[in-house]
Design a protein around this ligand. Sequence first.
Ligand SMILES: C[S@@+](CC[C@H](N)C(=O)[O-])C[C@H]1O[C@@H](n2cnc3c(N)ncnc32)[C@H](O)[C@@H]1O
Length: 322
Amino acid sequence: MVGKDPRMPLSTAHVATSRPERYVKQLISHMSHKAAAELTDHGRGTIAFRHGTCTLVSAGDELILIAAAADNDAVAGVQDVITRHLLRFATQEELRIDWTEPVAGDALRIVDPSIDDYLRAHCTPADELLRELAATTREATGHAAGMQISADEGALLSMLVRLSGARRAIEIGVFTGYSSLCIARALPADGQLIACDVSREWTAIARTFWERAGVADRIDLRIGPALETLRALPAEPAYDFAFIDADKANYPAYYEEVVPRLNSGGLLVLDNVFLGGRVLDPAFQEESHLAMRRVNEAIAGDDRLDCVMLPVRDGVTLARKR
Ligand SMILES: C[S@@+](CC[C@H](N)C(=O)[O-])C[C@H]1O[C@@H](n2cnc3c(N)ncnc32)[C@H](O)[C@@H]1O
């Protein structure tokens, strides 16, 4: 992180246009003489100026711009350069470029609190056993209990496993077993979940709840660094569902190991892809931030996968193998 306050305000703009891709290319090509400008294969570009960055995304009939810099004045500088050039390039249409007020990455509200209350009130609620597991986790693990997935995310996992008809699943990051329980219960009786974690202490709680739920025989708990566990599995496609929710710095490696092992039509789910909004804010440069940006970028550009990123809790990516 840089300086005392690591946050960098960022601001976005959606520009309606029939030629977003062309503007991304033009901006990148023009700016590459004055700044570090880079174009990816999938219509996204980034321009790193001395005082800030701008990410450009061609999205259907929209050009999405994300400007970030050290302070509001510097954001305004990035906005100004991009706006002026875009208006100059748009000789055949009149563009409207309205930037949002700058906000720091870790101060973003992913979902409005009222919507959040409303959606929680309209999901199938967690049953008694899941509620007891959440309460036991709070009692036994204190602060760490915040790592547990929420009831609505658990319901989403169960729904996805059932919808995908998955039989064989892998989970990376068990903790006290909430997500494993949601996945395992949604598998058929002869289904199997390989559950990876390093902690014997936390997964001991998980085991008691899996027993009580009657799914312990479907769960194969592997204690040890998950990367080693994954690498020890046969490299061919064999799994229908994978959930990644462990140490963030290893997300790119987990993704690399999981995708080849997924069957065609198999689903990869990743939790915490926003890192509390920090992925958007270039001031955050810890290993976990860099890794999450890298994996988000890689998945979006991966021709083996179709993906959507959902604003569920701290961000959930669904990637289906083609
Ligand atoms: C966010 S918690 C998982 C929460 C869980 N999915 C749930 O629903 O409660 C992350 C877990 O990853 C585990 N973990 C961290 N580093 C790991 C590693 N290198 N290999 C395997 N597990 C790891 C931690 O022990 C912790 O239990």
